[in-house]
Structures are given as C-alpha cells and as structure tokens.
Design a protein around this ligand. Structure first.
Ligand code: AMP
Ligand code: MG
Length: 398
C-alpha cells in the first residue's frame, strides 16, 4: 500500500519540518521556578534588567591606572576588592590596587596585571599599558532592556544562568506535548512477563519513552496493539487524545502490517511512507484528525534512528521550539568503510578522544546491543559507496 513515492533523506526531513511548522498549534504556557525550567522551551522573551557589567569592571588582579602615565613608577593610592567601590578619583601619578571583578576607580583607563608589577614602599613599577586593557566597560555584555533570550529557545545551563544573572527567579515555558507510544505486533510481550522462544519484549516502548522525554515530551505508553485492524484502530483512537502519536512496527509490506490501512481507515493524510535510509526504510508520516503521527519501523535500531532524525524534530517544534537542529558533523574514519549506494545510512559507530570514527559491527536493524555500544551514528552518503581510512564521514551524536 503505497501513498507517496519513497523520499531521499533530506527531502523527508524537510517535509517533516515544513508540515509540522505549518500545522502546529503552540502549547499552553506555564511559569516555573528557574531550576525547573532546565530543558524546557522558553515561551516569552527575557530582557536585561540593567547594563552588564553595570560599572566598568576589572577582569584581572593588578593595578588600575592611567595608560598615559606608563611605563613608570606610580604611588599606590589604596585598594578596591570585588563587592566594594572606590569612592575617590584616581590621582595623577597614582595607581589603585584592584581585584578581579572590582569596579574601576574613576579616572583609570587600564589595568596592569599584578604579575607584571613590583610594589615596594608604597611605590609600584608598571610596564607600558594600553588604554582599555584588562577591564570591561559598562554595558560590554549588554544594555538594560536588551533582549537576551527569545521565545522558542531551549533552556540549558547557560540560559538558566543568564536568567539568574538578570534576576528572573521564574520563567514562562511551554507545556510539554504528550506523546502516545504504541507498540504493535502479536509477538510482543511486556517486560517482566514470561517470554516464549517465538516472542520478543516490547523494548521499543522504552527507547521511545526515553527519547521522547529527552526531546521535551511527556511519554504515554499505551497497550500493545495486536496485528489486527480492530485492535490497532482501538488503540490509535485512544492515542488521538495526545499531541503526537508514535507507532512502532506494522509498517512494512507484510500481510499483518496493518498500521497504514488502519490510519487510512480513520481518514489519515499521508506525507510519505518510505524513506531511502537504513535502518528504517518503511517510515510513515501523516496526520489524522489534526494529530501528526509517525509509523516507525519496528526493528529496534530503526525505531531509534527514525525517532532521532525525524520524529524528534516534529516533537520539538510541537513543543514550541523555534528550531530543531540535526547537527551532522564530520570526522575521519579509522578504517575503510563501504556500503551499497542508494540509501543514507545511520550506523552505530564510536568517536574516540582523538576524533577518529570507527564503525561498530552490527547484526542488522534489530541489533540493540551494537547501538548501545556506540556513542554516535556514522552517516553514510547514498552517493558514496566507498570511503578510505582517513576520509571524512558524517557523524550524528547520540
Ligand atoms: P515489523 O515492522 O512489525 O515487521 O517489525 C519488525 C521487527 O521489529 C520484528 O522482528 C519485530 O518483532 C520487531 N519489533 C516490532 N515491534 C517491536 C517492539 N515494540 N520492541 C522490540 N522489537 C519490535
Ligand atoms: Mg509487526
């Protein structure tokens, strides 16, 4: 059952971004204490409450002085520490001992590092200095009222620190989208249940729940759908209460792969149902009753990769993120690599401390262990069947 022709990887990804951007309704907003905002998406702009630094401030321990009076011997006028201010103006022929973070005395235009000076009997020998050296002028980082963070940015540690630095004890963030996770297949049993030789455990619900949470969503794992139209349709109906629906398995061409027929029966619109990647060729992206859904291929490595390179973007955008970058870096291979051209491949690999990239042997798209042993995926170009040792290859951190 083919609805759309197979798409190359870049086109399929562009489609996910385009459709999600066009159809998303931004989530509601909640205000949270600063530390609870880590990893969340900012829902309003953050502005500077004052100039930063609010006063010209030394960035070194040393002597604040007039550059025009250097080199030479100056008289020590006193000292100023971080947390204090120096109330007198700097007198001609003088220098004020200053600590990192302390405000500059009025009249000083440079700081000489203490390591480059010699202090004896209240007199200090200083080398030549340039005006402006070793201090930050008032407002060097920002001016009061400047916009520091925009809505749609993810709040990591520097953003949280920035909010703290302007006195914001709480921030408005978007509510997290709820994501339905549906495993499909008569062979699936839940973890903790007895498992027969012809059965397998529903591990995809776990990888997806972790990936969803990491991408800012709230995972809601639904019961496994058996391989019948009725069972699958009933569980998909439940899932439509969520903001995004992820199904795994049941999207290949097998007789019991009922996911597409079920969604078609519910009136779904399909944007693609095959992508030229491995792992994960059969991959369905569509919309049903105003909800976006992905039919992810059931093999565990395929599910993980397809979530990372497609569904994560949709989830982050639905969660209010302005962007969902997929940074594919480049690293030199430690040994030759070859693959059959035609598909973009995302295969388990190890990026070592020297920057070298080594493929990890794997037993195919079902090999969870190989994926767990990897710290990244190598990204093989569909037009490049052979790479020599030392050649640069794509790397996607995991
Ligand atoms: P399917 O796409 O349904 O044909 O599934 C492809 C392969 O992935 C089969 O070997 C399934 O047993 C396996 N599989 C499907 N769903 C899951 C799941 N939730 N957890 C682990 N393996 C799965
Ligand atoms: Mg199946």
């Amino acid at each position: 059952m083919t609805f759309v022709s197979a798409l190359p990887f870049p086109e399929a990804r562009a489609k996910v971004l385009e459709i999600t951007r066009a159809r998303r309704v931004l989530p509601g907003v909640e205000r949270l204490p600063l530390l609870e905002c880590a990893g969340r998406i900012l829902a309003g702009a953050l502005a500077a409450d004052r100039d930063s630094p609010p006063l010209p401030r030394s960035v070194r321990d040393g002597f604040a002085l007039r550059a025009a009076e250097t080199p030479g011997r100056l008289t020590r006028q006193g000292e100023v520490r971080a947390g204090e201010r120096f109330d007198e103006a700097l007198k001609p022929g003088h220098a004020v001992e200053i600590m990192t973070g302390a405000p500059m005395p009025e009249g000083a235009d440079a700081v000489v590092m203490v390591e480059h000076t010699r202090l004896e009997d209240g007199l200090v020998d200083v080398p030549a200095a340039e005006a402006g050296q070793n201090f930050n002028p008032r407002g060097a980082e920002c001016r009061a009222g400047d916009t520091l963070l925009l809505p749609g940015m993810r709040l990591g540690f520097p953003e949280i620190a920035l909010a703290a630095s302007v006195g914001a004890g709480s921030l408005p963030v978007y509510q997290r989208p709820v994501v339905a996770i549906i495993g499909t297949g008569d062979e699936l049993v839940e973890v903790g249940e007895p498992v027969l030789p012809h059965q397998i455990r529903n591990s995809n619900a776990y990888s997806l729940a972790v990936q969803v949470a990491r991408a800012g969503g709230v995972p809601r794992v639904l019961p496994v759908a058996g391989d019948t139209v009725e069972q699958t349709a009933a569980i998909v109906e439940q899932a439509l209460a969520c903001d995004l629906v992820l199904l795994s398995g049941g999207v290949s061409a097998g007789k019991y792969d009922v996911v597409e027929p079920v969604l078609a029966g519910l009136g779904a619109e399909f944007f693609f149902d095959r992508v030229l990647i491995q792992p994960g060729q059969p991959l369905v992206f569509g919309s049903v009753r105003g909800r976006l859904f992905f039919g992810l291929p059931g093999n565990p490595a395929s599910t993980m990769v397809c979530f990372e390179v497609f569904a994560r973007a949709a989830l982050e955008l639905l969660g209010g993120a302005a962007e969902s970058p997929l940074p594919i870096m480049r690293a030199p291979l430690t040994k030759p690599f070859r693959h059959r051209a035609g598909l973009t491949r995302f295969l388990p690999a190890w990026l070592d401390e020297t920057g070298g990239l080594t493929p990890i042997p794997w037993a195919g798209s079902g090999d969870i262990r190989a994926t767990a042993r990897a710290n990244c995926f190598l990204v093989a170009d569909p037009d490049r069947p052979e790479y020599a040792a030392g050649e640069l290859m794509g790397v996607l951190w995991r």
